[in-house]
Design a protein around this ligand. Structure first.
Ligand code: SF4
Length: 464
């Protein structure tokens, strides 16, 4: 035991700051896994670290500011900083890298999804420890590597990049075109996660519906059997894998292509959660065309109706942009009508914000910021009323709840989520103290609960 402690104390220590979305988080997990496999110690603090890695986000202005501040703080406290992530790929107005211009003393800068480049920079500035005994440090998830999420849920990234060119987005210029992971690799990672205790697997990418398009849905192999690199086959196999563990599979960033229709029966039969995160962004066909959105010619209301007919419990989450350049009052009203008819369970909305380098900035009709913000507030008022009404409909039902927090074995209650709530972004289920003395609640376990009321955007439930 003391030998292990001595060795671990001697290992070079790397502070890690992870900012940004779930996709950036999976990049962080890959880097941390590699650092750990090579024997580096990783810590969440800057203090005492031999070097700091900051994984940045560069999506909107606030995220850029937050990332630049985090780099500045790491430089001030530690001095040895490697920058990776979306902001790392962004150019300054004068040419050259924005991060280098703002913080010239950083040791190295890479873009997103660049584990090897980050490792090369680490090796150059903090040589790798040579100790065969600490190579390939085992972790709870085996081949799935280190996870930054609580142990009972994990994100699994099925592809990188995106083939679309939405005019408000610079992700393809940061992360490149769609690159689907081999289906066998995804399923192997998923199995390791379930074996390691994950009870909820969150499938992410930039465009989940497009999985396999880049490889022409080629046949891959898993467990010695051929399997097509396609969303339906992937989701079906994930559902089969999750079954014996009683675990959930939740789908994010699903565009409403016709091919998604065939996933709904898998949801209705309970193989995967009846939950879809569909980033609609708008409803009016002209705005969608100006945004160059994927599936902009689809009749989304009819599609949602068909989805609900196939799977009545379906919960929908989406994100929208209010005040896109040229958006008229009539186009905005169309969006509000769409919201009411589509009955979206959880909606987020950004007031349009000009992202440096996005094509939409050149479009005519940029709206004053006050109007964009005003439309965002009007949108959120509609979305929140809908969400509360949807919650009310659940009162009196019994739901399965995954427990996220339960101090003292939940004797005084806890907090969890039902199938309609993704972690971090949706609501929660507040669990009352169990009535039965023998009943306990544990983080990462499921409990049945009777929904007895609502509290803001959350449900209130009696576990049993
Ligand atoms: S689909 Fe559009 S918004 Fe999403 S990553 Fe691709 S270009 Fe960006």
């Amino acid at each position: 035991m003391s030998e292990v402690i001595t060795r671990s104390n001697a290992a070079p220590k790397i502070g890690f700051v992870s900012l940004g979305c779930a996709k950036a988080l999976t990049d962080s997990e890959l880097i941390l896994t590699q650092l750990s496999a090579e024997g580096y110690q990783t810590v969440k603090t800057l203090e005492g670290a031999d070097l700091v890695i900051v994984n940045t986000c560069g999506f909107i202005d606030d995220a850029v500011k937050e990332s630049l501040n985090a780099i500045g703080e790491a430089l001030a406290e530690n001095g040895k900083v490697i920058v990776t992530g979306c902001l790392g790929a962004q150019s300054a107005a004068s040419g050259g890298l924005l991060v280098r211009q703002m913080h010239p003393s950083v040791l190295a800068v890479t873009g997103p999804h660049a584990t090897q480049e980050v490792m090369d920079a680490v090796h150059a500035h903090l040589p790798k420890p040579h100790d065969p005994l600490i190579d390939l440090v085992p972790n709870a998830f085996g081949v799935a590597g280190i996870k930054l999420t609580p142990r009972h849920y994990a994100y699994i990234k099925i592809s990188e990049g995106c083939n679309h060119r939405c005019t408000f987005c610079i992700i393809p210029s940061l992360r490149g075109d769609l690159l689907s992971r081999p289906i066998g690799a995804v399923l192997t990672e998923a199995r390791a996660l379930f074996e390691g205790g994950v009870k909820e697997l969150l499938v992410i990418s930039q465009d989940t519906s497009a999985y396999g398009v880049d490889v022409k849905y080629c046949t891959g192999f898993w467990d010695g059997k051929p399997i097509k690199t396609r969303l339906f086959e992937l989701v079906s196999a994930l559902g089969d894998l999750a079954g014996p563990y009683g675990a959930w599979v939740r789908l994010h960033y699903v565009y409403p292509y016709p091919s998604v229709d065939e996933i709904l029966p898998l949801m209705a039969s309970g193989k995967v959660l009846p939950y879809l995160d569909v980033p609609f962004q708008h409803s009016h066909p002209d705005v969608l065309r100006r945004m160059k959105r994927p599936a902009n010619g689809e009749k989304n209301l009819e599609r949602i109706e068909r989805w609900r007919a196939a799977c009545p419990d379906l919960a929908l989450r989406s994100t929208f942009i209010a005040g896109f350049p040229g958006e008229t009052e009539a186009e905005f009203s169309h969006l509000l009508d769409f919201m009411r008819e589509a009955q979206i369970d959880h909606a987020g909305c950004f007031a349009y914000s000009a992202v440096a380098g996005a094509a939409a900035n050149e479009q005519p009709g940029m709206l004053p910021i006050e109007l964009r913000e005003e439309r965002r507030s009007r949108f959120m008022a509609v979305a929140e009323a809908l969400s509360v009404a949807k919650l009310q409909q659940r009162v009196g039902t019994t739901l399965q709840v995954l427990v996220d927090a339960a101090p003292g074995l939940g004797k005084k209650g806890g907090v969890g989520r039902c199938y309609a709530d993704a972690p971090e972004i949706d609501g929660a289920v507040k669990l009352l103290a169990p009535e039965k003395i023998s009943k306990t609640l544990r983080v990462g376990e499921f409990t049945k609960a009777r929904i007895v009321g609502t509290q803001g955007h959350d449900l209130l439930a009696q576990p049993f």
